[in-house]
Ligand binder design. Sequence first.
Ligand SMILES: *[C@@H]1O[C@H](CO)[C@@H](O)[C@H](O)[C@H]1NC(C)=O
Ligand SMILES: *[C@@H]1O[C@H](CO)[C@@H](O)[C@H](O)[C@H]1NC(C)=O
Ligand SMILES: *[C@@H]1O[C@H](CO)[C@@H](O)[C@H](O)[C@H]1NC(C)=O
Ligand SMILES: *[C@@H]1O[C@H](CO)[C@@H](O)[C@H](O)[C@H]1NC(C)=O
Length: 848
Amino acid sequence: METSSISRRILLFLIAVQLSFECIHSIVTYDGKAIVINGRRRILISGSIHYARSTPEMWEDIIMKAKDGGLDVIETYVFWNVHEPAPGVYNFEGRYNLVRFLKTVQKAGLYAHLRIGPYVCAEWNFGGFPVWLKYVPGISFRTDNEPFKWAMKGFTERIVKLMKSENLFESQGGPIILSQIENEYGSLDKRFGGAGHKYITWASEMAVGLRTGVPWTMCKQDDAPDPVINTCNGFYCDAFIPNKPYKPKLWTEAWTGWFTEFGGAIYKRPVQDIAFAVARFIQKGGSFVNYYMYHGGTNFGRTAGGPFVTTSYDYDAPIDEYGLIRQPKYGHLAELHKAIKQCEPALVSSDPIIISLGPRQQAHIFYSRLGHCAAFLSNYDTNNSVRVLFNQKHHNLPQWSISILPDCQNMVFNTAKIGVQSTRLSMLRTNSVMFSWETFSEDLTTSDVDSSFTAFSLLDQVNVTRDSSDYLWYTTSIDIAPSESFLYNGEHPRLLVQSSGHALHVFINGKLSGSVFGTREDRRISYKENISLLSGRNKIALLSVAMGLSNIGGHYESWETGVLGPVVIYGLNRGKLDLTHTKWSYRIGLKGEAMGVALTNRMSSVEWVQGSLIAENKQPLTWHKAYFNEPDGNEPLALDMSSMGKGQVWINGQSIGRYWTAYATGDCQKCHYTGTYRPIKCQVGCGRLTQRWYHVPRSWLKPTDNLLVLFEELGGDPTGISLAKRSMTSVCADVFEYHPNINNWRNESFTKTQTFHNPKIHLQCNPGLLISSIKFASFGTPVGTCGTFQQGSCHAPNSFDVISKRCIGEERCAVTISNTNFGQDPCPNTLKRLSVEAVCTPTSNIRG
Ligand SMILES: *[C@@H]1O[C@H](CO)[C@@H](O)[C@H](O)[C@H]1NC(C)=O
Ligand SMILES: *[C@@H]1O[C@H](CO)[C@@H](O)[C@H](O)[C@H]1NC(C)=O
Ligand SMILES: *[C@@H]1O[C@H](CO)[C@@H](O)[C@H](O)[C@H]1NC(C)=O
Ligand SMILES: *[C@@H]1O[C@H](CO)[C@@H](O)[C@H](O)[C@H]1NC(C)=O
């Protein structure tokens, strides 16, 4: 017995030695508290940045900004359909260069979470699945189905192999510390019953069997099998509990905003609320937070899912669609991350001790064995700020907020108190003009002739096009006898077309008769209008337009698209004529697409017509082209498409994406940060175009003669298209004074040090810009936010002069908020604030 125990000890020792050799590269594991990297539990702040939604030229800048914002980890999905456009044909170039993206993350000294999926949802075309996968015989997506599992395993293995070959897993010295398999399957799992559970068990075993050396996650998957960690996605995740006590509490999608759909408003999430949600998650023992999105970017080309997801995927993220910092969201979260990091030693060491500070107020206190203490003081009351006593000190907690005390003494951060400046980003006209306009019309008269095939039925659009184009023509003809009475009595026949989406243009004898559009929520549309028919042969041509394939829903792969019928004409002598099973001719895509008119090297194959015709040529189904020179400067660029109708646009052969001048419906009632967030609470842009601006990456341009090509479905005025630059036009600061006699949230730091410093405002323009004027300044009780400040009842008359003197002509300035600075107290015994909006202008404009 004794000897076997000794030999067991030796064996354990040998295993330990072997483990420590493997430790040459770090080991990533986990326990009930946190992800453990190299033996150390970590509180990790992560952000989603999808490589395919920006350009490789933008990646480093965005990732460095993320690092400066306090992120440890960059998360990305892997988009199967861009990597394997046809079975066995792979593409990892350009925007799809996943390895380059991850190496950029590594170079920045950050970790990565690789969410392979391969189902990714992500408002991405078809949820990330290649469309050809749907046509594999016998396949059924995301369930216990052999053809599907075989394909999923093949792609997952390929990605893991690629990562291993580039030494990208942390176990190999690379940045990847976590990987995800499947995605938000939990709700389907229950619906699919036993097959769902079998599938998820298989997926977990398949993933773990790939031996990446780092843990796997499954989000929204309560029954994720060991050792896979189930994680939470949502606006709040503090109530989430992992399915085993030895798994850490991870939040894989903390939604910073929401995506937009054409015809919808823009959703904003107040930073005070997301900071509150994150602090609330951490105080409940959470140890990994990933912002979805940290930078949303752009759905270039036809990558938007949907249908009807916009080309912009800005998501109200801390870094905007164009790669610019969005303040105060970015800066306020950066302050939050600093505060959380100061608490890390205590946070990873214990479960919180919770004490009540009031009916809706709590303290969560963490201790480490080495004596660290960190406290989170929370006020869940949505209406009232509350003064609480904690650790023998009073603290004022604004409504719906959490204060962080990394030493249990001093409050360093409150989620509702924004100290950083806000900035206003605007679209400014550039000096670039479009020249040499030419047009080319899709010929409607001959489409019968070069149809690809005919059928005596109405076919599913995706089955016909395999998504090689958004467009599918369904054409047929009917003979109208001279005896039809509508030809004489002034009545009209009526056409009914039922379609399963997403948009439909009806042409009768080559003329646009009308259009109908679905929505993301209801793809089905029907056209029901009077039409003009002539005696003799009439041509009915239906152009069905896909607007991004669905990316979410149970077996969404089986949903059909396009004109599925019935198609019926009413009001003939014999009553109705059902055309559903008549002979239909099909043509996939547009002639301009087939001829590659948007491509730079194929221009000569088309007969373009000179631009003088444009004014009268507001025709549907028209291609337009023009040239432009690159605007000066280095600001991000965007096309203003508000003069157009609906279509797609390319620059130098690169697809900018789908455009549509759809107006936002919705209720843009006042948004307040307090209370449980839902996107509908905070909408902007009601009554305006959902998307007016379309991002043009600078790297796609050359100095002169850039080719702009667009296809317009409805008709519009292309001469109204212009190129704008996204610029930070003003910076704002808005900070409360310190007032010793008034309930003041800074009192605790005063009592600690006895040398209180009055707060300051800080204003800073981007490099190359200087403060050229002060748009607003008021020390007193001003109201409003950046861009809409107004004087309140109390206002120090010299506010404007004081700020102007300190700030104009400077790149940055700081002004202390104190009565002496403004001559005298404009309203004693009132809590005052200083609100300033300053205009930033390029240095050259000021000096010149
Ligand atoms: C907060 O105020 C709103 C409206 O004034 C009210 O409906 C709500 O009940 C209040 N909530 C609490 C927790 O007092
Ligand atoms: C696609 O179309 C072909 C030909 O009409 C048909 O046989 C097949 O069943 C269709 N496939 C799907 C998945 O709808
Ligand atoms: C459509 O035609 C019917 C029958 O001719 C007529 O009564 C109706 O007013 C027409 N509707 C429109 C909108 O023109
Ligand atoms: C500030 O702190 C001091 C010392 O703890 C205390 O006496 C005073 O009442 C506090 N003031 C406010 C407004 O909280």
